[in-house]
Design a protein. Structure first.
Length: 330
């Protein structure tokens, strides 16, 4: 599958519960060609694998070949063995040797990791964190995923399960998260939590008037976090209040991350992060209040280079030319 024209090209594969996105990525992190196919998540393991290979095949004819394949897959998974363990969003795969299966079909090395870990590596290699040694990356959208990159290596921990920063409790009286714990930052500051705060303010005896409700055509149950962002852009006071509360929660959480990791840089990606970009300066100002690190105010808070394509770029970064190997214990 390789040729002199394919030197340095890596195929990034981003697997979700409903889609498989693929892209050819050059050594500079540019996504040259993309494709997208439906994912088969509830059938057999073989049917799901066929959905992945169809997506891969949809872009390969346009190029002479590839040197390797990186895959972002829902976890939990074992990144060292390339095995998908027990993903709630992909019930068809249990202890499935994904890297081995794909490598056998295409005859090139394959690496597998979760999307946030991989996206963090892409930001270190090609993006906002290029040149940094210690990177904390978070993708804030429907959930909150995080990746820790230390000296160019994803930190996986002993079992491969490290880096679950989105499930750090910051309020033990808080709402129950999807993971089962109370008060995780994901349950408080991800998109669904923002929408839930908006709905709570728009209904009941103390309901407030807001452009958010206009965007939802008067239906409180239809309110989304995107509507909160749109209303904020028009100067809506309630939307501003909701986003400022989100900022305060994220600042407290990031303060904890700074005290644990002492990173060179904090990088935020995802749809909610893009919505909060006007508040980055405020988040950065608040972080030192929530940590003991005396240099906290000097740590940059940057928007990720890769947006919707972070999964493709991250997958490619796993096996880009001269990519560091996963080391035992990290």
């Amino acid at each position: 599958m390789t040729s002199k024209n394919s030197k340095g090209l890596v195929l990034g594969v981003d697997i979700g519960g409903t889609k498989v996105a693929v892209g050819l990525v050059d050594p500079g992190g540019q996504i040259l060609t993309q494709g997208r196919q439906p994912m088969v998540a509830s059938g057999t393991a073989e049917a799901a694998l066929e959905a992945v290979t169809r997506a891969i095949d949809s872009v390969l004819p346009e190029q002479a070949g590839i040197q390797s394949i990186g895959i972002c897959s829902p976890g939990p998974l074992d990144p060292r063995a390339g095995v998908v363990l027990n993903p709630p969003n992909l019930p068809c795969w249990r202890n499935f040797p994904l890297a081995e299966k794909v490598a056998a079909k295409y005859g090139v090395p394959v690496k597998v990791d979760n999307d946030a870990n991989a996206a963090g590596l892409a930001e270190w290699r090609w993006g906002a964190a290029r040149g940094c040694r210690y990177v904390f990356y978070t993708c804030i959208g429907t959930g909150i995923g995080t990746g820790i990159v230390l000296d160019g290596r994803i930190y996986h921990g002993k079992t491969g399960s490290a880096g679950e920063g989105g499930h750090q409790t910051i309020d033990y009286h808080g709402p129950v998260c999807g993971c089962g714990k109370r008060g995780c930052i994901e349950a408080l500051a991800a998109g669904p939590a923002i929408a839930a705060r908006a709905r709570a303010n728009l209904k009941g005896k103390l309901a407030r008037r807001s452009a958010i409700l206009d965007l939802a055509k008067g239906n409180v149950t239809s309110v989304t976090s995107e509507m909160v962002g749109q209303a904020y852009a028009t100067g809506d006071p309630l939307a501003k209040e909701i986003l400022e509360e989100t900022v305060a929660l994220l600042a407290a959480w990031l303060g904890n991350m700074v005290d644990i990791l002492d990173p060179d840089v904090l990088v935020m990606g995802g749809g909610v992060a893009a919505m909060l970009k006007p508040f980055f300066a405020e988040i950065k100002t608040q972080i030192p209040r929530w940590c003991v690190n005396p240099k906290a105010a000097e740590i940059p808070l940057l928007m990720a280079r890769y947006g919707a394509d972070s999964g493709i770029a991250g997958a490619a970064a796993l096996c880009a030319e001269d990519a560091p190997q996963i080391l035992p214990g990290g």
